[in-house]
Design a protein around this ligand. Structure first.
Ligand SMILES: Nc1ncnc2c1ncn2[C@@H]1O[C@H](COP(=O)(O)OP(=O)(O)OP(=O)(O)O)[C@@H](O)[C@H]1O
Ligand SMILES: [Mg+2]
Length: 255
């Protein structure tokens, strides 16, 4: 199967003054069409950097990025990228925030507003179109940002820890909800998380990245049946995946 998104042998670094900070060291990541792939690893390991490279927002020092077979290294292409922070513009309402990609794609404000309004119930946001972000709960803000990401016309979504700031119950609820949304919208996803359980529950495949400079220390296929329900987290297979990922995390932190 040809990869839909491919990061090939990517190395990246940042400069602070004259100091060079090596962040990623030769990582390769594939995401097939319709596949849910997670990038899991410790804080500061370069996960967000990898996602920005996939989105074409940063050019790597080495390596190439391919989307649908085309080389797109360092070019901001039309992918649904949801950054880790600064999700919504505080001076725009929920509806205005969510409509941005549609306006950018050339829809009239009226068409964009109708399209967003039609999807508000799907995202549990009905009745909140005119609210500004400060009046939305954390979970609502995340759902609004996901709605905006889904509205970007692309077969790929890059999601950077979309549920990290939420309490455990809201987070579990949103994980199940995201799987339902994906059933409906059929996107490939590259998903960044710190949480081993979240990665196993959601993914078809997981890459574990080491501490900085990030290398891939494990690639794991997750063969849990779909549709998934919460009860699979207590299954022996889930526990076995958790154990091998925890081992890889520990091994990647020791060096
Ligand atoms: N714009 C930047 N300029 C300089 N250094 C940066 C920049 N962005 C990130 N870094 C550094 O690069 C390293 C990797 O950062 P990155 O945000 O990719 O990690 P991460 O795995 O996403 O971490 P977290 O899990 O905490 O979000 C960190 O040491 C960080 O300080
Ligand atoms: Mg990050």
């Amino acid at each position: 199967m040809r990869a839909h998104l491919r990061l090939e042998n990517i190395s990246a670094s940042y400069f602070s003054g004259r100091e060079k900070l090596a962040v990623l060291k030769g990582i390769s990541i594939d995401v097939a069409a319709g596949e849910f792939v997670s990038l899991l690893g410790p804080s500061g390991s370069g996960k967000s950097t990898a996602l920005k490279i996939a989105a074409g927002l940063i050019r790597p020092d080495y390596g190439d990025v391919y989307l649908g077979g085309h080389e797109i290294t360092g070019q901001a292409t039309r992918v649904g990228y949801m950054p880790q922070q600064d999700l919504l513009f505080p001076w725009k309402t929920l509806l205005q925030n969510a409509a941005l990609p549609l306006l950018a794609a050339g829809l009239s404000p009226r068409e964009a507003s109708a399209r967003v309004s039609g999807l508000l119930p799907v995202f549990g946001l009905e009745g909140f179109a005119s609210y500004y972000p400060t009046r939305l709960s954390g979970g609502m803000k995340q759902r609004a940002a996901l709605l905006r990401t889904v509205l970007i016309e692309s077969s790929l979504m890059l999601l950077d820890e979309p549920f990290a700031a939420l309490d455990a119950l809201t987070r579990e609820y949103l994980q199940e909800w995201l799987l339902q949304i994906l059933n409906r919208f059929q996107r490939a996803v590259l998903f960044v998380t710190h949480s081993i359980d979240e990665a196993i529950y959601l993914s078809d495949r997981i890459y574990m990245i080491s501490e900085r400079p990030g290398r891939i220390v494990l690639e794991k296929q997750i063969d849990l049946p779909r549709p998934r329900s919460r009860s699979i987290v207590t299954s022996p297979l889930f526990a076995a995946y958790r154990e091998s990922l925890m081992e890889a995390l520990a091994a990647g932190s020791k060096e």
